[in-house]
Design a protein around this ligand. Structure first.
Ligand SMILES: Nc1ncnc2c1ncn2[C@@H]1O[C@H](COP(=O)(O)OP(=O)(O)OP(=O)(O)O)[C@@H](O)[C@H]1O
Ligand SMILES: [Mg+2]
Length: 357
């Protein structure tokens, strides 16, 4: 609003200006609500949380971010490992360069070397020109190797060699390539168990764990649970210009739930409850069953909000069902080694989610 002083007396201008201030306050009310929660929640980089567990992590992050040390993150699914990795990058001298996130479990075994290190023209059928890999893309920045324990063992050996020597060959190449990349790796397995079960080579683990960091599960973060829920609700209200509020029952539910899916589960549950609410947000109004994939006529559909690890499990199990349990055919089709397939099935069996192939 623009006030033309020439046509108003001083007192009229004062009244109009106060109206302007009230209007401004009304227009920006939702964002002020969001800021209030933000202020009551401590923040470090992209992470929110004021609990002692988070404060301890911030102190470690503060020290390590400015260095070039390799960070190895260990934490349950949905605890915020990727957000921690992005925060390390953002708070480092590399912030202006690329942050490249690679999910090691999502790249077929036979493609991972070329994906990481690139390839030369003609190195395999279809390699029409030289192509840099993730290491080169991340040059000067940070490379985030997520689900490092899902990387095939032979590739772990190659990765270790590259980390030790600081240089690599593109697939089909003979010229050593050197890049300045800071590495952050993550796993949602226990590092100790991953080494014992053969998912992570011990030598690579020691090389990556220059600075090991445990991202605490949400259930160890006390009142951060309610405050994060309020932050997510404030953000939804702000985006849609609404003013929905948690019921007392919702707050009790937030306190009592164990949150096995951690912050991701909390965020998605708040979102679902928000959609279901007219004015008062009740956590029970949200469907409590986890998002599931559906299979129809050989096509899998996945609802938004499903964890990547769950999507992967559904694809693997559906492919196995498709080939009537023939593991060799399933592994070939999925582009993973038979060993990786066996490892996954064993893990699903441990978690009680394998139908027993
Ligand atoms: N401390 C936090 N503050 C705000 N949002 C958070 C925080 N931690 C996690 N989140 C949010 O929770 C969701 C899950 O986080 P993220 O993807 O980083 O978890 P993850 O540990 O990498 O999970 P996974 O092991 O399944 O890959 C994201 O939407 C992220 O923005
Ligand atoms: Mg992740």
């Amino acid at each position: 609003m623009f006030i033309n002083c020439a046509v108003f007396d001083a007192w009229q201008v004062a009244v109009l200006q106060s109206v302007q201030i009230v209007l401004f306050a009304l227009i920006t009310a939702p964002s002020i609500a969001a800021m209030t929660t933000e202020r009551s929640l401590q923040r470090f980089g992209l992470l929110y949380g004021s609990s002692p567990a988070m404060a301890a992590m911030y102190r470690q992050l503060e020290r390590v971010a400015s260095t070039d040390a390799t960070v190895l993150l260990e934490g349950e699914s949905g605890t915020g490992k990727e957000l921690v990795a992005r925060t390390v990058h953002q708070q480092s001298r590399r912030a202006e360069r690329h942050f490249v996130a690679v999910n090691c479990g999502a790249i077929p075994a036979h493609l991972i070397e070329a994906a990481l290190f690139g390839h030369e023209k003609g190195s395999f059928t279809g390699a029409l020109k030289r192509q840099g890999g993730y290491f080169e893309h991340a040059s000067g920045g940070t490379l985030f190797l997520d689900e490092i324990t899902e990387m095939p063992c032979d590739m772990q050996v190659k990765l270790l060699r590259v980390l030790e020597s600081g240089s690599f060959l593109r697939v089909g190449g003979s010229e050593l390539v050197q890049v300045d990349v800071r590495l952050v790796a993550a796993t949602n397995r226990s590092l100790h168990a991953a080494v014992q079960q053969g998912h992570l080579r011990q030598d690579l683990m020691y090389r990556l764990a220059v600075f090991p960091l445990r991202v605490p599960p949400l259930r160890e973060r006390g009142t951060d649970i309610e405050r994060l829920a309020q932050l997510f609700l404030d953000q939804l209200n702000e985006d849609a210009h609404t003013d929905k509020r948690f019921s007392r029952q919702a707050l009790e539910h937030l306190r009592g739930h164990p949150w096995p899916g951690n912050v991701r589960e909390l965020k998605n549950r708040v979102h679902r409850a928000y959609i279901m609410a007219s004015g008062t947000v009740d956590m029970d109004a949200a469907p409590s069953a986890p998002a599931r994939a559906t299979a129809r006529e050989g096509v899998l559909s996945f609802p938004v909000g499903m964890a990547l690890a769950d999507v992967q499990r559904e694809i693997i199990l559906a492919t196995l069902r498709h080939f009537s349990g023939n593991k060799k055919l399933a592994a070939d089709t999925l582009g993973i080694s038979l060993k990786t397939l066996y490892n996954r099935l064993k893990a699903y069996q441990h978690a009680g989610s394998s139908p027993g192939f």
